[in-house]
Design a protein. Structure first.
Length: 95
């Protein structure tokens, strides 16, 4: 189907960065990694593309650098958010 060629550019980038940042530390907690990925992607604007090569071709190095910074900051914010929710949940269940 033609729509199978459409994807959100950020998905692949976010998954790669999460694996680099958290992969080793949280390899035994795939739920945490998935939660961080979802929160991260929800905080970034969607950038739908058909081919990743197209996106790289049309972006300047400054744009690429800004996107990378945005991705990394969104991941750090998502980690804090997910951890705070886990701590709240643990507090409630331990009471």
């Amino acid at each position: 189907m033609i729509f199978d060629t459409i994807s959100n550019y950020y998905e692949k980038q976010v998954f790669l960065q999460i694996n680099l940042i958290l992969g080793k530390e949280f390899k035994d907690d795939p739920d945490f990694l998935a939660d961080v990925a979802c929160v991260t992607l929800n905080s970034l604007p969607p950038r739908y593309i058909r081919h990743h090569v197209d996106m790289a071709f049309y972006m300047t190095s400054d744009e690429r650098s800004e996107m990378d910074k945005s991705i990394n900051q969104a991941i750090l914010d998502a980690i804090d958010f997910v951890r705070s929710r886990q701590q709240s949940s643990e507090s409630l269940s331990g009471s």
